[in-house]
Design a protein around this ligand. Sequence first.
Ligand SMILES: [Zn+2]
Length: 257
Amino acid sequence: MKSLVLEKKQALSLRDFPAIDKAEETLAPHDVRIKIHTVGICGSDVHYYTHGHIAPFVVNAPMILGHEASGTVIEVGTVVTSLKEGDRVCMEPGIPDPSSKATRLGLYNIDPAVRFWATPPVHGILRPTCVHPEAFTFKLPDNVSFAEAAMVEPLAVGVHAATKARVRPGDNAVVLGAGPIGLVTALAALAAGCARVYVTDLAQRKLDIAGSLSPAIVPVNAQSENLVDIVLSHTDGWGVDVVFEATGFPPCCQSCL
Ligand SMILES: [Zn+2]
């Protein structure tokens, strides 16, 4: 098996990648070695391919893509206790600095020093194996497939959004954008207690998927329907309790308000 390497903007190759930092691949006492099974393709992977950069992160050297992954443990470090060879797992893609201020505040996901897969210069996970800390590797229940497990990372984005929004039972919400993040956010909002979630997009194909996920999801085509009119007519003129923005399109941010 070979690695998927972004050589530079708009140039991918599937090849051996001997240049992965040897120290990274050495198994430390708290690490596990994982044979990768399934990796999702994130919007950010596509963005690095098409644009060669995201904000300050620039692809200046060949980089392996991918950060949403599942696989099987093939080796464990000397002090690992929660995992063993043969365990099916999924992984958190960011490794924070354990002594940073953010980590000590319990906000390790926003540690500025986090090493996040497939964010230059850190290599991603579309490769045969990886070494990862036990603390950021999670054993899968038998009823969760490798493909579902690779979706845990994007799903976590939706769960985090619903948590931050403090959704309460019976709330109504709008999710702007029916891409993968919009859909996992809609599902997380329902799981958190929303009674109804309106999901809006321009692409009917995505809205059809949204509508198929739950009878409590109301797809709204922003090209042919007026979201505000629909929401106000369904809520006796009150509106929704929560709006999630999942398009990244600036005019949509304004319409949240
Ligand atoms: Zn991603």
